[in-house]
Ligand binder design. Structure first.
Ligand code: KE4
Length: 437
């Protein structure tokens, strides 16, 4: 069954190659976000004209099983009827008002109920804005300038955080982007993940100077790397001892690994949390929130300024509210974990039989394949993964109808729409692609 019916296409439908050739003339690298460019895996990106469930339909009329899920938001699969209906209803009333709207109240009450550490929350239009704002708020609250982040963690592309970053920055070999003043970079201390001693030493070397520690509690931007047992608790304790704020960047993991995020699974209470992706149901969104005594420093109440034309946009929040309500109704996390385990076992058993060393970290609906014999626990061990072998694996899967993230340094995502034929076919394809290496 065709998954789309483009009755009134708003753009001419051409082939991916012709669209990309045109794009290269007017968009840097032909893409609006670097990781989409296929630069690290080779080849040219395909264009998608429609998506439904676990399936993407390309401009060349190929149907692909999608493990990018628009980089996380599509936890219910693409174009879920409940989200579509919510957007359509909101659209009847307009697209943006520039005033408070009822969806903002509903979303804030949902988030503060589902994530107990968040007593107050502010919406933004991207994860980058959320983390950038949370850093500024932490600096305003503590009156300290330095921050600590971890190699490989990606928190969006704001200057203070685009240092030793993962995701597209690492994919394209610019973990430290050009254009960031040395004076900014000096305020960002970068440490290895899963290393409590390194964090303790950094606090000892900068006593009372660290405004905050920001981390992805499980990293989804240098492949998928889990925090080791006890690590997050150690980070929490060290922050508390020094008076630095702890920021959990759950833009990716929030509502994906559990309804309350990693902080619910690990019983950790951060001071601030950043969110995005799933809470927008595929529309532009971000959010940051946490302790009320910290959040109340934000304008218009306090001296820390933060703003946004489309913050709290009714369409984005209608989609996000529908997505969160559906997660509450379905509570699909055990089902998603079963899908992840099924894929993990298929890859591990095939690679083992073929004598190819792989690591396949997986938790719930997030996983990845590292081509290395080294257990991956941080940025340096992730880099032992054979990126060239990944590129061959990537194209082996793509040629067989499965789309993985086009980078050795990204997490793969599952949705409830992958249940049934899609997951079985994906296991076959990944098995065949590994056997062909
Ligand atoms: P955005 O500004 O892209 O909405 O969010 C930035 C961000 C912040 N924090 C975490 C943990 C994130 O994963 C992200 C963005 N994730 C990447 C995927 N690895 C976005 C994909 C892209 O850059 O095109």
């Amino acid at each position: 069954m065709k998954v789309y019916s483009l009755r009134f296409p708003i753009v001419d439908m051409h082939t991916s190659d012709s669209l990309f050739a045109r794009a290269l003339q007017v968009i840097p690298g032909g893409v609006n976000s670097p990781v989409r460019a296929f630069r690290s895996v080779g080849g040219t990106p395909f264009y998608v004209k429609a998506a439904r469930g676990a399936t993407l339909v390309t401009a060349d009329d190929r149907e692909l099983i999608d493990f990018v899920c628009t980089w996380g938001p599509a936890i219910h699969g693409h174009n879920h009827p409940r989200l579509k209906a919510a957007i359509a209803t909101a659209l009847e009333s307009g697209t943006s008002f520039g005033t408070p709207n009822p969806y903002e109240v509903e979303m804030a009450e949902l988030i503060t109920r589902l994530v107990p550490s968040i007593k107050k929350v502010r919406m933004t239009s991207s994860g980058t804005e959320a983390t950038m704002s949370a850093i500024r708020l932490a600096r305003g609250f503590t009156k300290r300038d330095k921050i600590i982040k971890f190699s490989g963690c990606y928190h969006g592309h704001s200057d203070s955080l685009l240092i030793k970053a993962g995701s597209g920055a690492l994919t394209h070999g610019h973990p430290d982007s050009a254009g960031i003043p040395a004076s900014f970079a000096r305020e960002t201390v970068v440490l290895p993940f899963n290393d409590p001693a390194a964090l303790a030493a950094a606090f000892a070397a900068n006593p009372g100077q660290i405004a905050c520690v920001i981390l992805e509690p499980h990293i989804g931007n240098v492949g998928f790397i889990l925090a080791e047992p006890g690590y997050l608790a150690a980070v929490r304790q060290l922050c508390t001892q020094d008076g630095a704020l702890l920021i959990f960047d759950e833009v990716m993991t929030g509502f994906r690994l559990s309804l309350g995020g990693v902080q619910q699974l690990e019983f950790i209470t951060p001071d601030l949390t950043t969110l995005g992706k799933i809470i927008g149901g595929g529309l532009p969104v971000g959010a940051f929130g946490g302790r009320a005594d910290i959040m109340d420093l934000l304008a218009p109440l306090g001296p820390v300024y933060q703003a946004g034309t489309l913050s709290g946009n009714p369409l984005a929040l209608a989609a996000g509210i529908a997505s969160l309500r559906l997660l509450e109704e379905l509570n699909p996390y055990a089902r998603l974990d079963a899908l992840g385990r099924q894929l993990r076992e298929a890859v591990l058993s095939t690679a083992r039989a073929k004598g190819i060393p792989v690591q396949v970290p997986q938790l719930g609906s997030m996983f990845c394949v590292f081509f290395t014999a080294t257990p991956v626990r941080d940025y340096d061990t992730a880099l032992t993964s054979d990126a060239k072998l990944f590129a061959t694996f990537f194209h082996g899967c793509l040629n067989r109808g499965v789309y993985l993230p086009p980078s050795a340094y990204e997490a793969y995502f599952l949705s409830t729409a992958h249940e049934g034929p899609a997951i079985d076919r994906a296991c076959e394809v990944m098995t065949e692609a590994i056997q062909a290496l």
